[in-house]
Structure formats: structure tokens, C-alpha cells
Write a protein that binds this ligand. Structure first.
Ligand code: SF4
Length: 708
């Protein structure tokens, strides 16, 4: 084992906090402060601080597993496991055609792995059926950003701009629990005299920090944004010159907003007209202001329109593409940003290219050395792909995802997964989904491999290998190399991450997310580089510059849109949107709204964090958060088991009674499997553009459960 300190990044969320790793003689790894990374300046949340615990071999898989004739997963050699996967996928392909083989990736995969997985699906398997769990995370914001600005990058500015802005509206983000080190940017905003407005149906720890907290009914953020824009117009606060010079489509968006009277919006959202007026005043009076959205407005069947409405508010007030102003999405997963740029999404090729664009296909096909016509077209979105398992899709290769816990309508998805002819899973632990597989492959983790991720700011980062993986474990890149060879493709699937990144640079060159000017060396020296970063000048820096002359390296692009937006004419687009109800409104049978979310000590489906004792002690299991009035009606006391029932199933968890939630709404965190699985209840109604399911609002009823 190496004994030096390795500067790297956290394996979990999209903040990608910097940390130092030091192997100890007893085989453990120490996580310590790394103060040179500007995003977290040394601070880590509990998940990051304890992340090394998941490296210990007693909580993870250290041998491939195959299902024996009796149906039990038993240890096997790598050759046997890989042979069985190649045979399983190959059999399906031969019998039913390439689209009967599905591939499901994850927002935690490095850029190199996401890139290789997309290439593996399209070149080796020839399937169009690939998507990833990041679809559940940010796809509505991405779709709205592309419509309005011509490109999607979570934040178009670095986090360090936030404290210098005049006002920030945080919509549906509880970053005090999801990304605690980022809270300091908002604390500094307030210290500098700026205003923080938080919009959330719950009075979260983040909302407690706000100067103004609005608590709309879940699923009504679209109406709220329209009501604010109506007031902006009515109060004469539109930045007419900006709208004229830098945007298009204002008249239609204006007309749509004018149909949303403040009193009408108050009736829909529950947010009072005076609060709406105060929000407009606080947002419009400073010279600069921002709107940041997260899963609240995005995970809705109208998420794209909802984010579009918030973007319209920014555009009408001249708060986009100007210093210290803009719209941004707080992407959630560790490589949620990079994961959606390089080809594991159903409709994309590397560099954020579109799979149905002939020029994009030709460019990428040339890099891959294949005929453009051999590349399949766009496939199904994540939920639709999972829903087709066992019917149109007969075999699945799954990496870094745990849909049995994290997919909406999870009991149905679990049943679909069980009905597959063949399932192969690559993971570090035996997740609930891996436990259903025919073959499970144990793979390396972040500290055991080098690779790049792209954080929520669009900053490409180098995660360095700090330790040697335990015996018996291989990387995802090695897995794809071996499977490609077994399926007849001997070349084009390197196992060295830097070699993959060099190919990714070429594949992304000229695309929206252009990484061609970024090298591992630059990432190591510069502590990250913001895309787009085109190549010409950077290539010069690779040795062709005469001695004594400064290389003309492209600096990367920390701030987008300051001169023009990424649309053909350089103007941002207003998109006319109108309020519509959530897919499943409460009724007599299901009279309460359920919203779901996260707690600070667990991450996503909990596959990793539920294996860390300290985190489990802090957050041991699911709960149902409900208002005292609702609890009294139910006859439930604190800690009593409560059943939450939706049209899709029933979950039971202890009551957590609090005034911090609306009386018409209950909240459940979604990190756990079993009886308390929140996603048993959630509604897979999809946004028509982004195909994002409506995790954030569905109708339920509550039932008292007698204590055992
Ligand atoms: Fe890791 Fe996110 Fe916590 Fe930072 S905030 S330590 S990146 S989980």
C-alpha cells in the first residue's frame, strides 16, 4: 500500500469536496482536510468524513458472484463470471435482437466510465437501450436550460459568485442536508448584505437560514414563478433593454404570465400575495440576483416547464448572462453533470452531442472507428427502460445504480427486474438490486482508481488513486474491456483511465461540452478546469511551444453567457409556460400529498452510506414527517408506526411530528429498502420533455398501525 497523502475528491455528491486520503499501516484510510480546493476549503459533511469506511473489505464484495442451480449467489472466478455475462447478453442479442439488451448506468460513474459504457452499449452490444439514474436527478433542469440558453451546465458560474450577489432564490433545495459545506456561500451572502429566499414546502434546515421562506403546496412551483413574473410586469420591473438586446420570445411568455394573477397564484400555491410582492421586491431591487433550483421543482411531471418559468423570471429581470446573476441547477449526484455529457444518456453522444444529429454521429463514429450508420438511435428514458424489463428488454447490464430502492413505483420496478432473463450488476456492495442478479461483479471505488468527474459548477476534476484495491476486485473499465473482447470487439476499450480520457477529449472536441483542451496534467496542476475548454491552444502547451514562450492554453470557462448565449443567434429564449396540476391531485380516497427527499447522513439509495456505522447511528431508518394536526387526526404520537398508502403501494415508518411541514403534506426520505421504502409510493408520471418522474408530489392516505 502507498503511504503518501493523496489529494482527491469525495465519492458522493456533486459538490465533489476536496479531501486528502492517507493510508494507515493497519489497512485503514484516513480522510483529512484539503484546504486548497475552493469549493469546500477543507470542510466535509459526515458522509465525506466517513467515506473511507466503505473501502473496508468487510462491507463490500471481494469476489464475483454467480447464481447457482439452487438460486443462490455463490463466489466464482472472474473468468466464469465474465463468460456468463457475455453468454447471457449474447444469447439475448442473438435471440431477440440488440435492443432486447439494456444497459443502465449511474451518475456516480467517472467521465471515463460513463463514456466507455455509452460506447460499449452502442458499439459492442449495438443497443439503443441505455440510460442512467441521473435521469431521475436533473433532466428537467437540463432540458429547460438547453431550451433557454442552448446548453446545460448545472451552474453557469462558480459557487464563489454566490456571496457577492444581491439576492438568491433557492427553489426546492435543502442543501443544509444535501451539501452542508455549500451553506457557507449563503451565509456569506447574508453577511455581505444579500438576501436569501428559500422556497420549500417544509421548513428545512436550509429554510431556517432564509430571510424569507415561502412554503408552497408541493407541485405548485410553476404557478409560483408565474405569479412572481406577473408582479414583475405589473410593477414595471422588466428590464426592457436587456429583453430587447439579449432574448427572444418575450411576448408569448409575457402573455402567459399575465394570466396568472397574484390572487389566483395564492389560491394554487398557498403563498400569500404580500409574500409574493416581498419576494419580487427582494429579487428585483439589488443590482444582481440568482435563482437556483434543485430536485423540488425538477422532479415533477412538469419539471421542464417549472424550471423554464424560473428562467423566464431571470430573463425578464435581466438576471442571466450578467456578472453575479443567473439561473443555475444544483445537480445532485457526484458526477451527475459529467455523467450526462458523455453518452450514457439515451439520446446523447460524447461532448453533449445529440444522437440524432448526423454530424454528431459522423464525428463520434470516426473517433470510435465505426460506420456512423451502425450507431443505434435514441433509446428509452430511465423509467421507461426499467418498465420494459422482462418484456421488450430481456437482459440488463447495470452499473452503479440501485433502482430497487431509487426508482419510482419501486415495487413494480423490482418485479420487472425479477422477470428478466438475465441480469448482471457491477457494484462495490451487494445492493438490493445486485442481490437479484444472475452475476455480480465487485468493482473498484473512487480511492482505488483514477478518473475525472465534473462537479455542479461544470468544473472537471481529477480523482486520484490513493490505495491499491483489495485482491479480487477489478475496475469497471477492465470489466468492459473483458466483456467487449468476449463479445467480439478486441480493440477500443482501454483499461487505463487516462487513455480513455484522451479519447474522450477527441470525441468531445467541438461539442457543447468540449473537454478537448483538458488534460490530466492540467487537472492536477490547476485544481480543476471549467468546460467548455477547446483544444487548439492547449495542444500547443503539450510540448510544441518554443522554450521561453508562454503556452497559450485555453483557460476554461468558469462563467458562461456573459457575451452571448449558446443559441444560434446568441439570444436566450423565453419559453411560454402555464400552470398545470400535478399528475395525481389528492382526492377523497388519497387526501394528503407525499413529498420525498434526503437526510444529511444518507446518500441516494443508501447502498454505501447504510454500511457506515456512524451514519446509520445518525440516520437509522425511514420516517414519516407530518404536522401535529394531521397526527392528531390519525391518533398518532411521535414514533408510532404510520402507514402511507398510495395507488402504487404501502409503506410503514415511524411518525416524526413537526410544525415544520404543511398540514396537507407528509415527507419521507427515500434512502431505505423494505417496509419503509418511500419509492414504493411515488408516481412515475413523466415530464413530456425530460422524461423525469414525479418523485416530489403524489396523493396518499395515512393509516394508523398498531404498535407491535
Ligand atoms: Fe461529499 Fe457532498 Fe458531503 Fe462534500 S457535501 S463531503 S461532496 S457528500
Amino acid at each position: 500500500m502507498q503511504s503518501t497523502v493523496t489529494p482527491t475528491h469525495c465519492p458522493y455528491c456533486a459538490l465533489q469536496c476536496g479531501m486528502n486520503l492517507t493510508p494507515a499501516p493497519d489497512g485503514t484510510v484516513e480522510v483529512s482536510e484539503r484546504t486548497d480546493f475552493p469549493v469546500n476549503r477543507g470542510a466535509l459533511c459526515g458522509k465525506g468524513r466517513t467515506s473511507a469506511a466503505v473501502l473496508a473489505s468487510n462491507v463490500r464484495l471481494t469476489s464475483p458472484l454467480v447464481r447457482d442451480e439452487g438460486g443462490t449467489l455463490v463466489p466464482a472466478s472472474w473468468d466464469e463470471a465474465l463468460d456468463r455475462i457475455a453468454a447471457g447478453l449474447g444469447r439475448t442479442r442473438a435471440e431477440y435482437g440488440p435492443d432486447a439488451v439494456g444497459v443502465f448506468g449511474g451518475g456516480g460513474l467517472t467521465n471515463e466510465k460513463a463514456y466507455t459504457l455509452g460506447k460499449f452499449a452502442r458499439v459492442v452490444l449495438g443497443t439503443s437501450q441505455i440510460d442512467y439514474n441521473g435521469r431521475f436527478c436533473m433532466s428537467s433542469a437540463a432540458a429547460a436550460g438547453i431550451k433557454a440558453f442552448g446548453v446545460d451546465r448545472g451552474l453557469p458560474f462558480p459557487l464563489e459568485d454566490i456571496p457577492k450577489s444581491g439576492c438568491v432564490i433557492l427553489v426546492g433545495s435543502n442543501l443544509a442536508e444535501t451539501m452542508p459545506p455549500s451553506l457557507r456561500f449563503f451565509t456569506e451572502l447574508k453577511e455581505n448584505g444579500g438576501t436569501l429566499i428559500v422556497i420549500d414546502p417544509r421548513r428545512t434546515k436550509t429554510a431556517e437560514q432564509a430571510d424569507l421562506h415561502l412554503a408552497p403546496r408541493p407541485g405548485t412551483d410553476l404557478a409560483l414563478a408565474l405569479g412572481l413574473l406577473h408582479l414583475v410586469i405589473a410593477e414595471g420591473r422588466v428590464d426592457e433593454e436587456y429583453v430587447r438586446e439579449r432574448t427572444a420570445g418575450w411576448e408569448d411568455a409575457r402573455a402567459a404570465a399575465m394570466a396568472h394573477w397574484p390572487e389566483y397564484v395564492e389560491r394554487i400555491t398557498g403563498v400569500s400575495v404580500p409574500q409574493l410582492r416581498e419576494t419580487v421586491r427582494l429579487f428585483c431591487e439589488p443590482e444582481s440576483a440568482m435563482v437556483l433550483t434543485a430536485r423540488g421543482p425538477e422532479q415533477q411531471s412538469k419539471g421542464t416547464d417549472t424550471v423554464g418559468a424560473w428562467i423566464n423570471l431571470c430573463l425578464a429581470t435581466g438576471r442571466a448572462g450578467r456578472p453575479l446573476s443567473g439561473y443555475g441547477c444544483l445537480t445532485g449526484q457526484g458526477n451527475g453533470q459529467g455523467g450526462r455529457e458523455h453518452g450514457q444518456k439515451a439520446d446523447q453522444l460524447p461532448g453533449y452531442r445529440k444522437l440524432d444529429d448526423p454530424a454528431a454521429r459522423a464525428h463520434v463514429a470516426e473517433v470510435w472507428g465505426v460506420d456512423p450508420d451502425s450507431l443505434p438511435g435514441p433509446g428509452r428514458s430511465a423509467y421507461e427502460l426499467l418498465d420494459a424489463l422482462g418484456t421488450d428488454i430481456r437482459s440488463l447490464l447495470l452499473m452503479a445504480s440501485n433502482p430497487v430502492v431509487s426508482a419510482p413505483r419501486a415495487a413494480h420496478i423490482e418485479e420487472r427486474i425479477r422477470s428478466l432473463d438475465f441480469l448482471a450488476v457491477c457494484d462495490v456492495v451487494l445492493s438490493e438490486t445486485a442481490a437479484l442478479a444472475d452475476v455480480v461483479l465487485p468493482v473498484t471505488q473512487w480511492a482505488e482508481e483514477t478518473g475525472t468527474t465534473t462537479n455542479l459548477e461544470g468544473r472537471v476534476l481529477l480523482r486520484r488513486r490513493a490505495i491499491t484495491p483489495p485482491e479480487g476486485i477489478r475496475s469497471d473499465l477492465e470489466v468492459m474491456h473483458e466483456l467487449a473482447a468476449r463479445l467480439g470487439v478486441e480493440k477500443g476499450f482501454p483499461t487505463d483511465p487516462e487513455e480513455v480520457f484522451e479519447e474522450l477529449r477527441r470525441a468531445s472536441a467541438g461539442g457543447a461540452a468540449d473537454y478537448s483542451g483538458i488534460t490530466y496534467r492540467r487537472l492536477a496542476e490547476e485544481n480543476g478546469v471549467f468546460w467548455p475548454c477547446p483544444a487548439e491552444a492547449a495542444d500547443v502547451s503539450e510540448g510544441a511551444v518554443p522554450a521561453g514562450e508562454a503556452p497559450a492554453v485555453h483557460p476554461g470557462t468558469p462563467r458562461l453567457f456573459l457575451d452571448r448565449f449558446a443559441t444560434p443567434d446568441g439570444r436566450a429564449r423565453f419559453v411560454p409556460v402555464s400552470h398545470r396540476a400535478i399528475a395525481e391531485e389528492p382526492d377523497d380516497e388519497y387526501p394528503v400529498l407525499l413529498t420525498t427527499g434526503r437526510v444529511v447522513a444518507q446518500y441516494q439509495s443508501g447502498a454505501q452510506t447504510r454500511r457506515v456505522a456512524e451514519l446509520n447511528a445518525a440516520a437509522p431508518g425511514p420516517f414519516v414527517e407530518l404536522h401535529p394536526r394531521l397526527a392528531a387526526r390519525l391518533g398518532a404520537a411521535e414514533g408510532d408506526p404510520v402507514a402511507v398508502v398510495s395507488r402504487r403501494g404501502r409503506a410503514v415508518a415511524p411518525a416524526r411530528i413537526t410544525n415544520a411541514i404543511r398540514p396537507d403534506t407528509v415527507f419521507m426520505p427515500f434512502h431505505w429498502p423494505g417496509e419503509g421504502r418511500a419509492n414504493t409510493l411515488t408516481n412515475p408520471a413523466l415530464d413530456p420533455t425530460s422524461r423525469m418522474p414525479e418523485f416530489k408530489a403524489c396523493a396518499v392516505r395515512l393509516e394508523a398501525v398498531s404498535s407491535p
